[in-house]
Design a protein around this ligand. Structure first.
Ligand SMILES: Nc1ncnc2c1ncn2[C@@H]1O[C@H](COP(=O)(O)OP(=O)(O)OP(=O)(O)O)[C@@H](O)[C@H]1O
Ligand SMILES: [Mg+2]
Length: 355
C-alpha cells in the first residue's frame, strides 16, 4: 500500500469442519498469529466475517464483534503465558475463577483436576509454575485452554520452545488428546513436518494470503504453486513448455532443459504452454549402470554427496540442471561418477506459469 500500511492478512478464508484439525503453515511474518488473534477476538479485522459454530462472532458490515471471553475458544500462546507467581493448579483454575468462563466455586477443583489428569500432570497441581520444565509448562497452558471445554482450540506454535526430541513426542501426544476430546482445532506453525504429522488439513500462507489448502497428502504430493512446493519439503524445479497431447497412458511430453519429460498432470494443458515441472528429491532414482532407455531416464555426473545418517543427499549434473536426489544411505556413490537418473511420470507435478 502506498501510505506505508502493511496488511498483515488479506482475504484469508477457511472453514474447519466440526472436530477437525486445520493448520496455518507459513514463514515468519506471513500473518498466522494475526489470523488466530482475529478468530480469538483479540484483534478485529477491517472487514469480513467470522463464524464459530452457528454463531456469527464478527462481521465488519453488520457491526458485530463478540468479545474474546464470550467466544468460547481456548488459546495456547506461543510464549505459554503462564503466571510465574502461581502454582500449576492456580494457573489452570484462572479462567474459571477470574476469566470470562467463571463457574461456581464448588466446581473449580473438579474441573482443574480433570484437566490436569487429561494432560498427565495430576501429581503436580501444587508445584509453583517456575519449577516446571518447558514441556510441563506447555502442558499447563494446554490444560488452561481445555479447562472450560471450549468448542474451538487455538494453538499458536505451542511446541516451538521444546527441544527436538520432546517436540516429536508432544506432537503425537497432542494429536491423540485432541482426537480423544474431538475439539475443532486451529493450529499455527512454521514447521512443515509438524503440520504434515498433525493436521487433517493444511492452509499454506505467504504474505497474508492462503496459497493452497488441502490434506497433508495433497499439499506435499500435489503442490499447485512453487512456493508451496519449496516450503513444504525440498523440490527440484525445471521450466518447460508443453510439447504434446496426452498419450494413451495419460502421459504428456514437456520439453525442459533436462530433456523431454513425460508427466501425468491432473491439469489440462495446451501445447506450447509454459510450465514448471516439480519433483521431490526422494523420487529421483539413481543407478550406477546405464542400462535401459526408459521414459525420463537421463545420464548424469555426481557433483556432491552428503551422508546424513539415514540417507544420502546428492546433487547430480544433468546437462545444465543440477538435480537433487535423496537415496538410501548404503548406496555407494562417488563424486565425479557417471550415473543414470530416472523420475517416474506419476512423481512429477506440473505448475502453470500464469494462474
Ligand atoms: N500490532 C502490530 N502492529 C503492526 N504490525 C503488526 C502487528 N502485528 C503484526 N504485525 C505485522 O503483520 C505481519 C504478520 O504478523 P504475524 O504476527 O501475524 O505473523 P506470523 O505469521 O505469526 O509470524 P511468526 O511466525 O514470526 O510468529 C508482519 O509483517 C508483522 O510485522
Ligand atoms: Mg506468530
Amino acid at each position: 500500500m502506498s501510505d506505508g500500511t502493511v496488511a498483515a492478512v488479506r482475504g484469508v478464508s477457511f472453514e474447519i469442519p466440526e472436530g477437525a484439525f486445520l493448520t496455518l503453515l507459513g514463514p515468519s511474518g506471513c500473518g498466522k498469529t494475526t489470523t488466530l488473534r482475529c478468530v480469538a477476538g483479540l484483534e478485529a479485522p477491517d472487514s469480513g466475517e467470522i463464524h464459530i459454530g452457528e454463531r456469527l462472532v464478527f462481521s465488519g458490515s453488520q457491526g458485530v464483534a463478540v468479545p474474546a471471553y464470550k467466544r468460547g475458544v481456548g488459546m495456547v500462546f506461543q510464549s505459554y503465558a503462564i503466571w510465574p507467581h502461581m502454582t500449576v493448579f492456580e494457573n489452570v483454575a484462572f479462567p474459571l475463577v477470574h476469566g470470562g468462563f467463571r463457574v461456581p466455586r464448588s466446581q473449580v477443583k473438579e474441573r482443574v483436576r480433570k484437566a490436569l489428569e487429561l494432560i498427565g500432570l495430576a501429581e503436580l497441581g501444587s508445584r509453583p509454575a517456575p519449577l516446571l520444565s518447558g514441556g510441563q509448562q506447555q502442558r499447563v497452558s494446554l490444560a488452561r485452554a481445555l479447562v472450560y471445554e471450549p468448542r474451538l482450540l487455538l494453538l499458536d506454535e505451542p511446541l516451538s520452545n521444546l527441544d527436538a526430541k520432546l517436540r516429536e513426542e508432544m506432537r503425537l501426544e497432542l494429536r491423540e488428546l485432541i482426537d480423544r476430546l474431538k475439539i475443532s482445532t486451529l493450529y499455527v506453525t512454521h514447521d512443515q513436518e509438524e503440520a504434515l504429522v498433525l493436521s487433517d488439513r493444511i492452509a499454506v500462507m505467504r504474505d497474508g494470503q492462503i496459497l493452497q489448502e488441502g490434506s497433508p497428502r495433497e499439499i506435499y504430493l500435489d503442490p499447485l504453486n512453487p512456493f508451496v512446493a519449496s516450503f513444504v519439503g525440498k523440490a527440484n524445479f525445471v521450466d518447460g513448455s508443453v510439447e504434446g497431447q496426452k498419450d494413451e497412458r495419460g502421459g504428456i511430453a514437456i520439453r525442459t532443459s533436462l530433456g523431454q519429460l513425460i508427466c501425468a498432470p491432473r491439469l489440462d494443458l495446451t501445447i506450447g504452454e509454459q510450465v514448471s515441472v516439480v519433483f521431490r528429491p526422494e523420487d529421483v532414482h539413481v543407478r550406477t549402470d546405464s542400462s535401459g532407455h526408459d521414459r525420463n531416464t537421463f545420464p548424469g555426473v555426481v557433483e556432491r554427496v552428503i551422508f546424513v545418517g539415514n540417507k544420502i543427499l546428492c546433487e547430480i549434473r544433468v546437462g545444465s540442471v543440477l538435480v537433487q536426489s535423496e537415496i538410501n544411505a548404503r548406496f555407494k556413490l562417488q563424486q565425479g561418477g557417471k550415473v543414470t537418473v530416472e523420475i517416474s511420470p506419476e512423481c512429477i507435478g506440473v505448475i502453470r506459469h500464469k494462474q
